[in-house]
Ligand binder design. Structure first.
Ligand code: HEM
Ligand code: HEM
Length: 187
């Protein structure tokens, strides 16, 4: 009953898939790097020095991805997917995009408020985006933690939904993102 087949342009285009998977790797690395920074005493500086440029890369890629998405609409979800699941998919994607933009901006903003230089690689240093303020730093530092946990939660739900599509419904949603072949047609 649930094995609806999806024909024309049933896959994300290859640039959309490349962006999805490279960002998934970056984000899945950032969560434990951030957690290790605040829980272990060792390697703090090396970890933060990695955390800043990876976070900045996520911000740039998220903007590129949203701009690309406006011109290349994603494939539609299967018509027989219950409406609440369509809404949940949409809401979770909005949350994922929002958090991919908000977390790096809050990270950048909190270091600006702490008057701490946001050094990326080599001589590349981002300018402050907020005035120096200990109170603002404290608020944004707390927000960064809350948003990181929220992202982790939504990623877990997303993973569960992807596996539900791939293993139980087998409705083509999983392969629309997980197929390796170049091109965007039937796969
Ligand atoms: C998607 C991007 C990002 C993710 C997923 C992420 C995730 C995290 C996580 C999980 C923590 C530990 C939070 C805690 O337990 O309190 C953390 C801390 C931190 N993050 Fe991020 N972060 C991101 C982007 C950034 C960016 C762009 C910057 C700076 C430019 C940044 C700067 C920091 C700093 C300074 C800390 C705390 C270090 C400390 O207080 O010891 N983050 N981040
Ligand atoms: C940090 C990890 C991840 C993030 C931030 C993420 C984010 C996203 C976003 C924002 C979309 C919506 C794309 C769009 O409509 O423009 C999406 C779609 C998708 N993702 Fe992920 N993803 C992650 C990991 C994964 C993993 C590990 C899997 C598979 C096990 C996966 C499978 C899929 C699938 C199948 C779709 C297509 C859903 C649809 O057609 O509506 N994702 N992902």
């Amino acid at each position: 009953m649930t094995h609806s087949s999806r024909f024309s342009s049933s896959r994300f285009t290859w640039p959309a898939r490349l962006l999805h998977w490279s960002m998934a790797v970056l984000i899945l690395a950032m969560l434990p790097i951030g957690a290790a920074m605040v829980t272990s005493l060792g390697h703090y500086h090396a970890l933060v020095a990695l955390h800043r440029p990876l976070g900045a890369a996520i911000l740039v890629l998220a903007i590129v991805r949203l701009a690309y998405r406006r011109r290349h609409a994603p494939p539609p979800l299967p018509a027989d997917l219950p409406p609440w699941q369509q809404r949940a998919a949409h809401a979770s994607h909005v949350a994922l995009y929002g958090l991919m933009l908000a977390l790096p901006l809050v990270g950048w903003g909190m270091l600006s408020a702490a008057r701490y230089p946001v050094a990326l690689v080599g001589p590349l240093v981002l300018p402050p985006i907020l005035p120096g303020s200990p109170a603002l730093y404290a608020t944004l530092r707390g927000l960064h933690t809350v948003l990181a946990y929220a992202l982790f939660g939504v990623v877990l739900a997303h993973l569960g939904a992807a596996l539900m599509h791939g293993l139980i419904r087998r409705d083509g949603v999983f392969t629309s993102m997980a197929s390796w072949r170049v091109g965007s047609g039937r796969g």
